[in-house]
Ligand binder design. Structure first.
Ligand code: SF4
Length: 340
């Protein structure tokens, strides 16, 4: 006889490994503090800040952190702190990059010539405390494929568009079946040539890079490009290297964008190590972003002058292709703005 318990056990086994890991992510600040043996005084601030922007971090990413060290650079990216609940610092706002002014249809953002961005999902596998979309109203984002019709019509109606970017949230939290159908619909629009995917999952949940993902990503006439997001070399440990290798081996160009973050990577030694490791893994270090001034993240800010010193040092140490462009996003600008 099949009981409800055995049915759900069967259903559980049918889930891909990455989806099981996604569901089992740490979402309770107390659990994260217990797992890492962090000081007791981290508990209350973490609970308070997580009420504003929830904690989410995959267990395999937690495994790359140093136990007992509140200054661990990976932990700093995910641990909610009291600094987030203080009144916003001057100039730090809910929508620092002007996303809301650039919405053309539900889920469709247009900023730069020739490209359109679909906010394909409203959640992520990891909630980065400095995220520029931490206040984004994801409630308006289409949840079913049919709801993408207005956005796809806008894309089809503008022959100047050459590239569509799947962003979020993180688009790779969606099922491959959904992503495959979305890719097919985009491929059916004759003037669209490239499909770019912005995702942190290959870094924080490497099992996401599985055969079904590679199948839809490379299975249309569109040229695929994947932009991942790693800020510190310790993030590239574990199975992450293999996952990035699977993308590259499938013929997908892979780029990395990092954010300059105080207490995480604001020194030349760390960033040089990150860029060299990326180059070894055949990933191009593409951008180093100056922090977007989003409310609740001012404690991550690094002075622009310090950023320039670090990038100058990277130029002295690394081959040109391994030095990322140091940029900031300016609302209303026609492209990312290089910082000189
Ligand atoms: S994965 Fe990207 S979109 Fe998601 S919280 Fe982190 S920075 Fe924001």
């Amino acid at each position: 006889m099949t009981t409800r318990a055995t049915q759900s056990a069967h259903a559980g086994r049918a889930l891909p490994a990455w989806r099981r890991a996604f569901r089992l992510a740490v979402r309770d600040p107390d659990e994260l503090i217990d797992l890492l043996g962090l000081p007791e005084d981290a508990r209350e601030p973490a609970r308070r800040a997580a009420r504003l922007f929830p904690l989410a971090v995959p267990r395999e990413y937690v495994a790359r952190m140093r136990p007992g060290d509140p200054a661990d650079p990976l932990l700093r990216q995910v641990l909610p702190l009291d600094a987030e609940t203080a009144p916003p610092a001057e100039g730090f706002v809910a929508d620092p990059v002007g996303d809301l002014d650039a919405v053309e249809a539900p889920g469709l953002i247009r900023k730069y010539r020739g490209r359109a961005l679909l906010v394909a999902a409203g959640t992520c596998a990891i909630n980065c405390r400095y995220c520029f979309r931490r206040h984004f109203p994801y409630g308006g984002v289409p949840r079913r494929l049919e709801a993408w019709a207005p956005a796809l019509e806008r894309i089809a109606g503008d022959p100047s568009l050459r590239e569509v970017i799947l962003s979020g949230g993180d688009p790779l939290v969606l099922e491959d079946r959904v992503l495959g159908r979305l890719a097919e619909r985009l491929a059916a629009i004759g003037h669209v040539r490239r499909l770019r995917v912005h995702s942190r999952l290959p870094v924080v949940l490497p099992s996401r890079v599985n055969p079904p993902l590679l199948e839809w990503l490379t299975g249309t006439r569109l040229t695929p490009i994947v932009v991942v997001h790693a800020n510190h070399p310790a993030e590239l440990a574990g199975e992450c290297a293999e996952a990035l290798g699977r993308l590259v081996d499938a013929g997908v160009p892979v780029l990395n964008q990092a954010v300059l973050l105080r207490g995480v990577n604001d020194d030349a030694e760390t960033l040089a190590h990150l860029c060299e490791r990326l180059a070894d893994l055949r990933v191009i270090p593409y951008y180093l972003h100056q922090l977007d001034p989003v409310a609740g993240a001012a404690h991550f800010r690094v002075a622009e002058r310090r950023g320039l010193e670090i990038v100058a040092e990277l130029r002295r140490r690394l081959p040109g292709y391994a030095v990322p462009r140091f940029v900031r996003e300016v609302p209303g600008a026609e492209s990312k703005v290089d910082i000189h």
